[in-house]
Design a binder for this molecule. Structure first.
Ligand SMILES: NC(=O)c1ccc[n+]([C@@H]2O[C@H](COP(=O)([O-])OP(=O)(O)OC[C@H]3O[C@@H](n4cnc5c(N)ncnc54)[C@H](OP(=O)(O)O)[C@@H]3O)[C@@H](O)[C@H]2O)c1
Length: 261
């Protein structure tokens, strides 16, 4: 039998590069891929950590050596708080230029559920990066994931104002455990490219107030959750469920279990 580029049976013991391998998700993905028997290198600007190589998507520096020989690329780098148009969009274009087209079997881009529906600058950039990959002719999967539990914790911690924890009224989300998301990313990476968008989300839909009350009870029992109406299109999109997955697989671990853990 002729083994094509998309034969999943080939995607064992592969040379994998994880961009953003020092990040919240990337570092767990690296472990999952190593556990599955792949040879994994991980890239970040600093190039720190086990298997770490340097590469800067915002400038293109060291990208070619970082990507040399990679059969699978998990693209999980992002500069959400910095210049994401440069690092995420132009950076994805640079990544497309730098990949080893002769070797590449699968490029998985980690995106976010709702990037096509939620009017938010960072999401527009993620969507634009998806379009770069779809137009690249490379064997890609655009894996849109919902918010990680740890990320929700961080948002709530920073939202707290003394004894009050204000949250946007009616915002809906379906957060997911980062370990389960990493397992799924690693499984998708070892399979055939979808050539399209696939989604992955947590097990249950929650409002911002649900999450805030659970978080406050577990972490800051003195904090009082106050749901506040927020005007505007961004807020309307979150209220309308634009951040909720419409298909794809689901994690099992709930936000309450995450808080207990
Ligand atoms: N956080 C969430 O809840 C969530 C949910 C769904 C999807 N996602 C997506 O999942 C991906 C990973 O998110 P995360 O929360 O794990 O991100 P993170 O913790 O902020 O990690 C970002 C990673 O990207 C690297 N990076 C940043 N700028 C770079 C550049 N110019 N060149 C090369 N590497 C660069 C960082 O390393 P250095 O700083 O060392 O370079 C780090 O390893 C992102 O694409 C994000 O949009 C996140």
């Amino acid at each position: 039998m002729r083994r094509g580029r998309t034969d999943p049976a080939r995607l064992r013991g592969m040379d994998v590069l994880v961009t953003g391998g020092t990040g919240r998700l990337g570092r767990v993905v690296v472990g999952r891929l190593q556990g599955a028997g792949h040879r994994v290198r991980q890239m970040s600007r600093r190039g720190t950590g086990p298997g770490g190589v340097r590469g800067d998507l915002a400038t293109g520096r060291d990208l070619s050596p970082a990507l040399a020989g990679a059969e699978v690329v998990v693209h999980a780098a992002s500069d959400a708080r910095g210049n994401y148009w440069e690092a995420d969009v132009a950076g994805t274009r640079r990544l497309v230029q730098a990949v080893d087209r002769g070797r590449l079997r699968h490029l998985v881009y980690v995106s976010i559920v709702g990037v096509d529906r939620i009017p938010f600058g960072y999401y527009h950039a993620k969507y634009a990066a998806e379009q770069v990959l779809l137009a690249s002719g490379l064997p890609v999967t655009l894996l849109r994931v919902t918010q990680f539990h740890d990320f929700v914790d961080e948002l709530l911690r920073t939202a707290r104002r003394g004894p009050v924890l204000p949250v946007p009224m009616g915002w809906r989300a379906q957060p997911v455990d980062v370990g389960e998301a990493a397992t799924h990313v690693a499984e998708v990476a070892a399979g055939p490219p979808a050539g399209d968008v696939v989604e992955f989300g947590g097990p249950e839909e929650l409002t911002a107030a649900d999450m805030a009350r659970a978080w406050a009870a577990a972490r800051e029992p003195g904090a009082r959750v106050v749901a506040t109406p927020v005007p505007g299109r961004l807020s309307a999109a979150f209220r309308d469920g634009a951040a909720l997955p419409t298909g794809g697989a689901r994690g099992r671990r709930t936000y309450a279990e995450h808080l207990r853990g």
